[in-house]
Ligand binder design. Structure first.
Ligand code: ATP
Ligand code: MG
Length: 354
C-alpha cells in the first residue's frame, strides 16, 4: 500500500495539519455566519471542509456547481440531496406547497430518490425558491443544516441571473449555514468582494494557504520506505523543493518516489526518476497546452519555470506582461501565493526540458 494519496478528498491518516483552519471553520459554523473558502485548485478545500463537517456532526448537503446544468437542475439536485438525509415520507408534507411539482421516483439501486423538474413545465425561479425554502424547513435550531456550494465561481456561467436569484432567497433565510468554495480566486473575489455583486460580503472569507513546510516534512519523512535517516531527510527536502509544498503535487510526487524506491527498486536519485516519469506521462498534454499559448504567455511560463519573477523581463512592456499573467492566473496555469508561481511544477519541468 502506498502511504501517499492524491486526487481525492483525503481524510484520517492521509490528512495533515490545518489545525487552526479547522478550529476557525468550526467556530464560524457554530454561529449564524456563512463561510467563503478560497484557494487555488487542489490546495485541500474539499478535504478540509469534509473533515470539519465530520467533526461538527451536523447534517449537510453538498452541491458541486461544476456539475449544475441550469437553474432547474440546481433545484433538482438540492432536492435529491435532501432526500439523502431525510426520508421522503417524513418530509413530503413540506412539499405540498411547491408551485412546480417535481417528478420523483425511487431508485432501487441506490435506494435513493431520483428527482427532476421538467423544464418546460414552470418557472425555474419558483423551482429554485421552493427547493431552497425546503432546506430551511428541514433544518432545526439544534441541528442546523450546513449547505456547501463547491466550485461556486461557476454560478455566473450557469445563468446570468442565478447569483441574484440565490441571494434574494438566501438573505431572508435563517437557521442555515452556507459554505461557498471556489478555486478561481479572481472570480470568487468578483462575487464576494465587488460592491455591485449580489454576494458582496455575504460570508466570512478564508483564503486557504499551502500546508506549512515543517508539517509536510514530517508527514513525508515518516512514510518513506525504511532507509538511513540522512537519506530520508535528503529525499524529503528534494520533494518539497520541487513541489514548493503544493498539497496535491507533494502527495503525488511522494507517492511516485515511494513506488520508485519500493517497487521499481530505484537506487540512485529516486526523486529525479519519479519527476522524469511524471513529466513523460503528461508530455502530450503539456505539448498541447504550450501550443495554445501565445508568445508572451510562454515567456511568463518560462520565467516562472526558472523561478524568476516574470515582471523583470525588460524585453516586453510591463502592461503586456501583466495582462499575460492575469490571463494565466484566470486559466489556472499560474497561481499567486507569496509571489507568482506555476500551478503545476511538472509542467515547469517539461518547459525547461523542451
Ligand atoms: N490536509 C491535507 N493533508 C495532506 N494532503 C492534503 C491535504 N489537503 C489536501 N491534500 C492533498 O491535495 C489533494 C487535493 O485536495 P482537495 O481535493 O481537498 O483540494 P481542493 O482544493 O478541494 O481541490 P479542487 O480545486 O480540485 O476542488 C488531496 O488529494 C491530497 O493529496
Ligand atoms: Mg474540491
Amino acid at each position: 500500500m502506498n502511504p501517499f494519496k492524491f486526487g481525492t478528498i483525503v481524510e484520517d491518516e492521509y490528512f495533515t495539519d490545518r489545525v487552526n483552519e479547522l478550529a476557525q471553520i468550526k467556530e464560524l459554523l457554530n454561529s449564524e455566519n456563512h463561510l467563503v473558502l478560497i484557494s487555488p485548485r487542489r490546495f485541500g478545500k474539499s478535504s478540509l471542509v469534509a473533515r470539519a463537517l465530520r467533526q461538527i456532526g451536523r447534517p449537510s448537503i453538498t452541491i458541486d456547481f461544476m456539475k449544475v446544468l441550469n437553474v432547474e437542475d440546481l433545484a433538482s439536485q438540492i432536492l435529491r440531496q435532501v432526500f439523502q438525509i431525510h426520508k421522503f415520507e417524513k418530509i413530503k408534507h413540506l412539499m405540498k406547497l411547491f408551485r412546480v411539482v417535481p417528478t420523483l421516483s425511487f431508485n432501487p439501486v441506490t435506494e435513493g430518490m431520483d428527482v427532476s423538474f421538467v423544464p418546460s413545465v414552470g418557472k425555474p425561479s419558483a423551482m429554485l425558491e421552493d427547493s431552497l425554502d425546503l432546506l430551511e424547513k428541514v433544518s432545526s435550531a439544534k441541528n442546523r443544516l450546513i449547505v456547501v456550494f463547491d466550485e461556486f465561481q461557476e454560478v455566473n456561467s450557469i445563468d446570468k441571473t442565478l447569483a441574484k436569484q440565490l441571494r434574494a432567497i438566501m438573505q431572508r433565510q435563517k437557521g442555515l449555514n452556507y459554505v461557498f468554495m471556489g478555486s478561481q480566486e479572481s472570480m470568487m473575489e468578483e462575487i464576494f468582494e465587488k460592491k455591485k455583486s449580489p454576494f458582496f460580503h455575504f460570508g466570512e472569507r478564508m483564503n486557504l494557504k499551502k500546508i506549512p513546510y515543517e508539517d509536510f516534512y514530517s508527514y513525508i519523512e515518516s512514510r518513506l520506505p525504511n532507509m538511513p535517516a540522512e537519506r530520508k531527510a535528503a529525499i524529503t527536502e528534494e520533494i518539497l523543493k520541487f513541489t514548493d509544498v503544493h498539497p496535491y503535487y507533494t502527495q503525488q510526487l511522494s507517492a511516485a518516489v515511494y513506488n520508485a524506491i519500493e517497487y521499481s527498486k530505484v537506487k540512485e536519485n529516486p526523486v529525479a526518476h519519479a519527476i522524469k516519469r511524471q513529466v513523460e506521462e503528461h508530455s502530450l498534454d503539456y505539448e498541447r497546452l504550450w501550443a495554445n499559448m501565445n508568445r508572451t504567455d510562454r515567456k511568463v511560463m518560462l520565467a516562472l519555470a526558472n523561478r524568476r519573477n516574470p515582471m523583470t523581463d525588460r524585453s516586453m512592456a510591463p502592461s503586456t506582461l501583466f495582462s499575460a499573467i492575469k490571463r494565466l492566473l484566470k486559466q489556472g496555469y499560474v497561481i499567486k501565493t507569496t509571489g507568482y508561481e506555476l500551478e503545476d511544477p511538472f509542467f515547469g519541468e517539461w518547459i525547461l526540458g523542451n
